[in-house]
Design a protein around this ligand. Structure first.
Ligand code: PLP
Length: 397
């Protein structure tokens, strides 16, 4: 078999490989505490499930419009407009089978081979994969530790811009750093995009997994609405990761192109899943509120236990369901200088499984501290308590 040459440039999502290892150990009888993957062990709210069952019973099982059913496009336009202070209508929305497809369609719609694309490292690994797969040049910008979290290194980001730079990928409420941008950062980022005529992908996967107020949004800066595509997803806020429902939202001319890609790729997103999405947006908000409450309790618990471990430092995130502690001291005490070997040993020896910084893109020169990502979305409070106690004992042993 000779795969197409471009396949050599296609990346992957290493968190799924960590899941495979954790599953294999669990099958051999190991007790595993799953802090590795950004999935939820919380049920989708009952009203959303009931809406899907109703849609199926009513025979909503055929093809629908490639851009999505009108009631969902309208509901998404209303919801995203209200939360971000803009004015979208249904024509600004192309429904997708998940948030992830927005990444590839944004890249396919706007990037020519040889174009340069700015993206975050650490960051969601699919950005780099899709840019390189379609013949672009992925240019990673960095974040820096600020004392109470992480901030974008905007000087570094701007220094990467050349006449070939065309796109900027921005994931506020960031995976894996849990960084939330300040108003100042948002304004400067928008100013860079406007001055250098860049299109922006705003990956809003965690915009509404926010524990205090509403985050600032790049769309609030005048001029940004005309050059920004939102990645919207139902996965995290509504605990719907496996349903595969999301949307690309942005200027009409680019949404029309993305809808044409839908025709070529999946024809349409399952109609009965879209009707469930309408209920999520228009129905009782108690379900997502309860999900957020549970996540907040897990965050507080995990953070307080982590901070009690020698050699581990962690900041309290305002959003997402990730912690990104610095474990340099703990690794040194335990005799590790490779964070991936440290992660593997932890999984085997105390059952605590997590991703590392290296699962989220290449390191920048001079990056010497070691970080891990703990997701608390797929593990109960009892297991957080038990798992982090086992981790602490293992580190001290
Ligand atoms: N963007 C980020 C930053 C993510 O972390 C994820 C999922 O983990 C996605 C996009 C895609 O999510 P989905 O395809 O489930 O909507």
């Amino acid at each position: 078999m000779h795969p197409a040459l471009r396949i050599a440039r296609l990346g992957t999502e290493p968190a799924f490989a960590v899941s495979g290892m954790a599953r294999a150990l669990a099958e051999r009888g190991h007790r595993i505490y799953p802090f590795h993957i950004g999935d939820l062990n919380i049920a989708t709210p009952a009203n959303i499930i009931a809406a899907q069952q109703r849609a199926l019973a009513e025979g909503k099982t055929g093809y629908v419009s490639p851009a999505g059913i009108a009631p969902l496009r309208e509901a998404l336009a209303d919801d995203t407009s209200a939360r971000r202070g803009v004015r979208y209508s249904a024509e600004n929305v192309a429904v997708q089978p998940g948030g992830k497809p927005v990444i590839t369609k944004f890249v396919q719609a706007l990037m020519n081979p040889g174009d340069e694309v700015l993206y975050p490292s650490p960051g969601f690994p699919i950005y780099e994969s899709q840019v390189e797969y379609f013949g672009g040049a992925a240019r990673a910008y960095r974040y820096v530790a600020t004392g109470d979290g992480f901030g974008i290194d905007l000087d570094h980001l701007e220094s990467l811009i050349t006449p070939r730079t065309r796109l900027l990928i921005f994931n506020d409420n960031h995976n894996p750093l849990a960084a939330q941008a300040t108003r100042g950062e948002i304004e400067r980022l928008a100013d860079i995009a406007l001055r250098h005529d860049l299109w922006v992908l705003s990956d809003d996967a965690y915009y509404e997994v926010c524990y205090a107020g509403q985050p600032e949004h790049v769309l609030s800066v005048p001029g940004m609405e005309q050059r920004t595509v939102l990645l919207y997803t139902f996965s995290k806020k509504y605990a719907m990761t496996g349903w595969r429902l999301g949307a690309a939202i942005g200027p009409r001319e680019i949404i029309d192109v993305i809808a044409r890609l839908n025709v070529n790729d999946e024809s349409c997103t399952a109609a009965f899943v879209q009707w469930a999405g309408v209920e999520a947006l228009r129905g009782d908000p108690a379900g997502p509120r309860a999900i957020l409450d549970e996540l907040r309790q897990r965050r507080d618990l995990a953070l307080s236990l982590l901070r009690d471990i020698e050699g581990v430092t962690a900041h309290p995130p305002r959003s997402t369901f990730y912690l990104f502690p610095n474990v340099t001291g703990a690794m040194a005490r335990k005799g590790f200088d490779d964070v991936n070997a440290f992660a593997e040993a932890s999984m085997r020896e105390c059952g605590v499984s997590f991703c590392t910084r290296d699962h989220f893109g290449r390191r920048h020169p001079g990056e010497t501290e070691h970080y891990i990502r703990l997701a608390y979305s797929g593990i109960s409070q009892a297991d957080i308590r038990e798992g982090l106690a086992a981790f602490k004992r293992w580190l001290a042993s």
